[in-house]
Ligand binder design. Structure first.
Ligand code: FES
Length: 356
């Protein structure tokens, strides 16, 4: 009962005062008493509490969250990291979830129950209205980039960013030509089926997500696919099958935005060992540099910087896309998407490398 009262009071405070004013009030009244009385508002941490839980499909639920005053405005397509203590005496479990809905005071995440996923299991089996936990502010570059023609390609629970972006574009009446492909196992397992149908924009496809045989023919049906900027989100194997198809039609990967929370682990064994130095040439800067054989463990970005050459970069973890460039010749291991490579998270795999 107390939890519910506090949750209503927090919602009211955020709605009436707004986050900026609440931040001002809370920071000026922060002391041990206020922190003990209400550790959600009188806190230095960005936190969110669950205010509603909705069942979407048999194994998927939406959690509507009310973040406290430290939360920054989200853009459709972004994700947040939850940090939840799921059992006493254990370190918090951290996991990123895309925001499926963004409202004035609340955001939602839509989570599929993974039997061996610690946090999704906790959310599905133990989380209750009023529970709160630490969250990050929204982040990620999987956001609409003002293109004129776009195609969303989603599968399974990878629908969440596309759903948020589609709603945002339609609500704001953004002048953009939208196509939307969504693959799920069956009608029953289609998340947001009703809402997506109502938009009249979505082509639904039903088959096992790892049935990759249907990808080429279904995507080839978009005759102008090469003119469209693509937003791709779904299970790894689905994304790989789409990328393979895009490679086969010589799609320009500069037009592809792919959702990635973390850089896939690069096994140490995939870093090529060289007996000789590697020569790298960056065409756009008309400069070359050498990666010493002993330094083959350096990413291409690290090696360039060690040679005094600047390359644009941001996250340095393969997620933001800032460093992306095209591979003109040679080969790399690590973070590569068709012709595009991410120097912050890829390594030389041939003795000569030419980058755009
Ligand atoms: S992807 Fe962010 S810096 Fe390389």
């Amino acid at each position: 009962m107390l939890k519910e009262v506090m949750t209503s009071a927090h919602g009211l405070a955020i709605n009436v005062l707004g986050r900026d004013r609440l931040e001002y009030v809370a920071s000026n009244t922060m002391n041990v008493v206020t922190q003990a009385l209400d550790p959600f508002i009188w806190s230095y941490d960005c936190q969110a509490k669950i205010i509603e839980i909705r069942q979407e499909t048999d194994d998927t639920k939406t959690f509507v969250l009310l973040p406290n005053q430290h939360f920054k405005q989200a853009t459709a397509g972004q994700h947040i990291e939850l940090s939840v203590v799921t059992s006493a005496n254990e370190a918090p479990t951290k996991r990123c979830y895309t925001l499926s809905e963004i409202n004035k005071d609340t955001v939602s995440i839509t989570v599929k129950h993974q039997a061996n996923g610690k946090l999704s299991h906790w959310l599905h089996t133990q989380a209750k209205i009023g529970d709160s936990f630490k969250v990050s502010s929204p982040r990620g570059a999987f956001v609409y980039k003002q293109q004129e023609k776009i195609l969303f390609i989603s599968a399974g629970s990878g629908i969440t960013p596309g759903f948020a972006m589609l709603n945002d574009l339609l609500q704001n009446q953004t002048p953009v030509d939208i196509e939307f492909y969504y693959r799920s196992r069956s009608l029953k397992q289609t998340i947001f089926q009703k809402a997506l149908s109502l938009t009249g924009k979505v082509n639904f496809s039903y088959s096992e997500l790892d049935d990759h045989s249907v990808v080429p023919s279904q995507l080839a049906a978009y005759e102008d696919i090469k003119q469209r900027s693509i937003y791709l989100c779904g299970p790894e194997s689905f994304k790989n099958s789409v990328i393979k198809f895009l490679e086969s039609i010589d799609y320009d990967f500069d037009q592809l935005t792919i959702e990635q929370f973390t850089m896939p682990e690069l096994a140490a064994s995939t870093i090529r060992k060289f007996d000789e130095d590697v020569n790298v040439f960056i065409k756009s800067q008309n400069v070359g540099f050498v990666i010493k054989a002993a330094d083959c463990h350096q990413t291409i970005l690290e090696a360039a910087e060690a040679n005094g050459i600047e390359m644009e970069n941001g996250c340095r973890t393969g997620m933001c896309g800032t460093c992306r460039t095209n591979l003109v010749s040679g080969s790399v291991s690590g973070n590569q998407l068709g012709k595009s490579i991410y120097p912050c998270s890829s390594y030389a795999a041939s003795k000569e490398l030419v980058l755009e």
